[in-house]
Every structure is written in C-alpha cells, then in structure tokens.
Design a protein around this ligand. Sequence first.
Ligand code: GLU
Length: 426
Amino acid sequence: MANPMVDDVREIKEDNPFESMMAHFDRAAQLLDLDPDLYAVMRVPNRELKVYIPVRMDSGRIEVFEGYRVQHNSARGPGKGGIRYAPDVTLDEVRALAAWMTWKCAVVNVPFGGAKGGVVCDPIQMSIGELERLTRRYAAELIDIIGPEKDVPAPDMNTNEQTMAWIMDTYSMHARHTVTAVVTGKPVELGGSAGRREATGRGLLFVINEAIKRFKMIPPQTRVVVQGSGNVGGIAARLLHEAGYKVVAISDVHGGIYNPNGIDIYEALKHLRETRSFEEFPGVDTVTNQELLELECDVLVPAATENQITSHNVDSIRCKVLAEGANGPTTAAADEVFHDKGVFVIPDIVANAGGVTVSYFEWVQDRMGYFWKEDVVNERLQDIMVASFNDVCKYADSHAVDTRTAAYMLAIDRVAYDTRMRGIYA
Ligand code: GLU
C-alpha cells in the first residue's frame, strides 16, 4: 500500500519553487564540475531582508504586512528583479525568483545580478490609497539596499507602472532629488522605456519564431495555447496573433476558452477587459486551466504562475514546443518527463527574459538621459533574444544536454567566471 506520508513529502518538495530551482542549479553545477568554493557561495543568496510594513487602512486602523527583498547575487552588477504582491507569496518563492533573475540576466548577458521582492497582501481587496501607502512604506523600508547601483526593482505579478512610479517618488523624496534609474517598468512619461510594457510578450514571440523553424513550421500552421492573459500571456497572445499564429486557447485565473480553428485574440481580450471574464465569449468552448494545459497544440505558453506543470499532469501535455512565459511553471520532476518525451523546451530564464532585457535598456536610458524610439528598443530586444536562444541551443547540442540544463550551465558558468575573477572576499 502506498505510504501517504511519502507522497506528501514529495508533493511539498515538488511544489516548492526554490527546490525546483536548486535541483536545476545542482545538476548544472555538477555537469560544469563547479569548484566547491564557488558552489558554496553561489548556491545561497547574498542577502535576504524581511520587513514589517504598517499601513493605515481606509478604515482608519493600522494593518501590518510582511514583505521581503532577496538579493541573490551581485557578481555581475546591481541586483535586478520584480516585486510581486500576492496573498500566498512566501520567502522561499521570492528566493527562487531572485535566483532565477541571476540566471536570467546572465543568460541574456545583461550586466545585472538577481533579486526579487514580495509583499504578502491581497491587492484585489485593497483600495488604490492603501496600495500606495503600502508601496511607499515598503520602499522606505528597502531604501538602504536599493538604488541604481545596488538593486533595481521592477513590476511582477500584481504590480505595475503606477507601483514603480510610487517607489521612484518615495526613493527620490529621501534622496532629495529625482532618481529615475532606481526602478524600471515606470510610465514612459517618467523615465520609462518605450516597449517595456510589451517586452516580455515580444521576447516570447521572438524565441517562438526561432523555435518553430526547428520544426519547419510557419506561423499560420502553428497552433498556440496560452495560459494567462496578463502582462505576459495577454500581450504574447496578441503579438502571436498579429504575427499570424493560430492562437487556439487562452485563459485567465478563472478559466479559458478554446477553438481549434483559432480565436480572434483582439476580440477575446476586449471581452475580457469589458466583462472581466472570458465567459460568454461567442464561438468557443470553455475549458478549465488544467484542461487548457492538456489541449493538443504545437506551442504551449504557460504564462500564469509557478508549478502549473507537475508530475501529475505532465504525461497529459501534448505540445511540440514549451515556451515558458511564467517563472517556474514546470517543476523539476515534470521537466525530466518533457525531456524524455522530446518536447522542445524554451526555459523560463530564456523565454521570458525580454522583460528584464528592456528593463536593462530602461536603466541605460535613464542614466544617459536620452531615450530611444520603440523600433530601436524592439530591434535591440530581438538581437538579444535571438542570440541568447541560439547560444542556449548551441550549448545544448555541444554538451549533449537538454535546453534547460544548457541555459543554467551557460548562466552559472558566466556568474562563476566573474566571481572567480573578482575573487571571493572571505
Ligand atoms: N518581473 C520580471 C521578471 O520576472 C521583470 C524583472 C525586471 O525587469 O527586472 O523577469
């Protein structure tokens, strides 16, 4: 008889994004034969800050929220990474996300380390005023450890351009002068970059364009399923649709819609904006998020959150290409199955790196005080995404490893080289 305790243990581990990340890190480090001293330094974050954030709620009462900022690695430059607001965000999750930022920045070769922040709150239940006070006090708590040369936050789940504007303003008020480069993903009018909002989705389009060439497919014959319709999934779906791909399914948190002949994504997203749901969108079948992942397609884009593809559903997934829009949508256990099935995986640290790449452009533009046109941003983004995709594929071929392992190896090797050259201050 199965021992339920054993199953429980495996379940907890599989769902812990930090453990998934560490499993990939350890495998890559082993294959690289990473020096034990470097291994010891690189497997832990540089710094973790936990803060308690008092906020005066609209009721007049004070509520105290818990927040984190993890700076994983700064060997290659300032920490970089988003801030997420969610009721279930944990320190382990933020730790994993911070590490992914280190590997992501290294794989696309932008001069940043990795960091991530999170605040345990339910932004849907909070008023705009409460969100502003929460953000400003959280920013004030981080003031000593963030900055253009130290750690540069950006939006992530449930944060946006407005959140970044508040952080920029709070930081600037303390500095007594305007410091635009302290965050990226700001409004364009306030030192943001043209193309930043669409950058993660556009980066996905660029790598998917490259991946389908390997299967001799062209966009009109390529059926795409997108999980998620936020800043990553919604924009990727729209750009893929515009590029001629047949987007056959899309979802939001409540569920999805499916039409094997393709969905008019403009209309579907308009319907979502107007009614806050895909329900009652005409001419489609409704599917749950689980069913959506299991639809037969050519390209599957999980662009929602972590742990969507696990050992429980990976056998039912039927795609040729997996393009990970979210961070950590596939657990380490499920990843092995993809490899055995021959699915071509574009791992998150490559597939969704368009966002941080244009964040890098934003930081550069802020520091120059000179702003580029959107077509310049998009062209430079394309160069970096295509080159990084090809670097990873070449590395995978020459080292006979899967693409995820190749991406980690490439990234870890770059961080290890820089750490070795700088020397460990021990
Ligand atoms: N939150 C995004 C990510 O996970 C963007 C981070 C950034 O631009 O710094 O990649």
